[in-house]
Design a protein around this ligand. Structure first.
Ligand code: AMP
Length: 417
């Protein structure tokens, strides 16, 4: 490879081989669990108006401030590659008048997302998420339903060391009052804080809980906690969610310092982590976003959902067994029988069976080796002077008629069609 041969951009990767098989497995498991629970598939555009994310995700968030792939298109519009799914799904809910449907509207997606982050193990600039959103109900049963769904999916996929942390952020009013109280606490102890935390007291004081800085951690030990400031309604909502998780036997830890990176969360927030992962231990997370739809121009509409990283789920599951479908039939041939070989493969495939033929100009001997590697049950050998069908299980070899139609008939008969 010459040094100027293009390579995949930093922080991206090709999905192939075992990873592609893993993606398939996750998608199948998700469909199996989500569709019977009433979730329908949605795919939104890979890019949206920048304003959607600026308003929907929040100007003060890391995602909007530092991580968006924003560009101006040839028509002069500011567009952004989607950094997450919820704002786009909320936009689609509004755009398609889904409030007229029976509520809540339940949707799921599996898409790739883009964030300009520092790449490391389990962290990419293009990554894949599977996610669900349930929009139009504030019933705590919906919170519990989506959480149980993710717990079940992770269980199905045998993700290891999974832990669920949960908290409630209350309503925006509670949060605003709490925010001021927390800011006052941080200002009182400003000299002990890290420079970064001090610089963000106005913009995002909650982030102080995330800090590794020892002085900051000390200050946070005595900081007021939002869970202690919830209104009666919010507390009752949170308690109801927890009671349903208990009833569903989904274990959790209440974590009063849980901070989600996005601005739109209200009431329930949660995060699933895996002890099997390194620094990037977050497998999936989400919460309630009762203010989001209003923020992007709709009537006040509650919603709850989560997103989980597919690469992280697979890392937590410790890989997947390669599940190549073995061929039913491999067709080997001498050069003069190439067209017949093609006919046999095509008809066998049309009949719904897995057939492969020689495609790389190997000698007949090489082809038979390749047939062995393919794991095919039957091998049709088309010679100039006649054809045979080998059964690799019994080692039987039966002659077939010379013409392609006769061979197809014999193959399909042997495949039980
Ligand atoms: P978030 O949308 O930030 O709440 O992230 C939800 C989940 O998506 C995380 O728990 C990760 O599993 C996954 N995720 C987020 N950002 C990345 C990234 N840059 N690379 C890989 N996975 C990610």
């Amino acid at each position: 490879m010459s040094p100027d041969t293009p390579q995949a951009p930093r922080g991206t990767q090709d999905v192939l081989g075992e990873l592609a098989a893993g993606f398939h497995l996750v998608e199948e498991a998700a469909r199996r669990r989500f569709e019977p629970a009433g979730f329908r598939r949605i795919e939104t555009p890979a890019f949206e108006d920048t304003a959607l994310f600026a308003r929907g995700v929040g100007e003060s968030t890391d995602v909007v401030q530092k991580e968006m792939y924003t560009f101006t298109d040839a028509g002069g519009r500011s567009l952004t590659l989607r950094p997450e799914g919820t704002a786009s799904v909320a936009r689609a809910y509004l755009e398609h008048g889904m409030h007229k449907l029976p509520q809540p509207v339940k949707l799921w997606y599996l898409s790739s997302f883009f964030r300009y982050e520092k790449p490391q193990a389990g962290r990419y600039r293009q990554f894949w998420q599977i996610g669900v959103e349930a929009i139009g109900s504030e019933d705590p049963a919906v919170d519990a339903e989506v959480i149980v769904l993710l717990a079940t999916l992770l269980d199905d996929l045998e993700a290891r060391g999974i832990r669920l942390r949960i908290a409630s952020l209350g309503t925006p009013e509670t949060r605003a009052a709490y925010r001021s109280e927390l800011q006052a606490h941080l200002r009182t102890h400003a000299d002990q804080l890290s420079e970064e935390v001090r610089g963000r007291i106005d913009l995002n004081p909650l982030r102080a809980f995330d800090s590794d800085h020892s002085g900051t951690r000390e200050v946070m030990r005595t900081a007021p906690l939002l869970v202690d400031r919830l209104t009666e309604d919010d507390r009752a909502h949170f308690d109801a969610v927890l009671a349903m998780l208990d009833a569903a036997d989904v274990p959790y830890e209440i974590d009063p310092t849980l901070v989600r990176g996005l601005d739109y969360y209200t009431r329930t927030v949660f995060e699933f982590t895996s002890d099997a992962l390194g620094a990037q231990s977050g497998v999936g997370g989400g919460g309630r976003y009762d203010g989001l739809i209003e923020l992007i121009g709709g009537a006040p509409t509650p919603g709850v959902g989560w997103a989980a990283g597919i690469e992280r789920i697979l890392l937590a599951a410790g890989g997947v067994p390669a599940a190549d479908t073995p061929a039913d039939l491999f067709v080997a041939y001498e050069p003069g029988r190439r067209a017949d070989a093609f006919t046999v493969v095509t008809h066998t495939r049309r009949a719904g069976r897995a057939a492969q033929m020689e495609l790389a100009g190997r000698s007949l001997k090489g082809q038979l080796k390749q047939a062995g590697r393919s794991g095919a049950r039957f091998v049709a050998v088309l010679r100039e002077d006649g054809s045979v069908l080998q059964d690799t299980e019994t080692n039987d070899e039966v002659p077939m008629e010379r013409d392609a139609d006769g061979i197809v008939a014999a193959v399909l008969r042997n495949l039980g069609i």
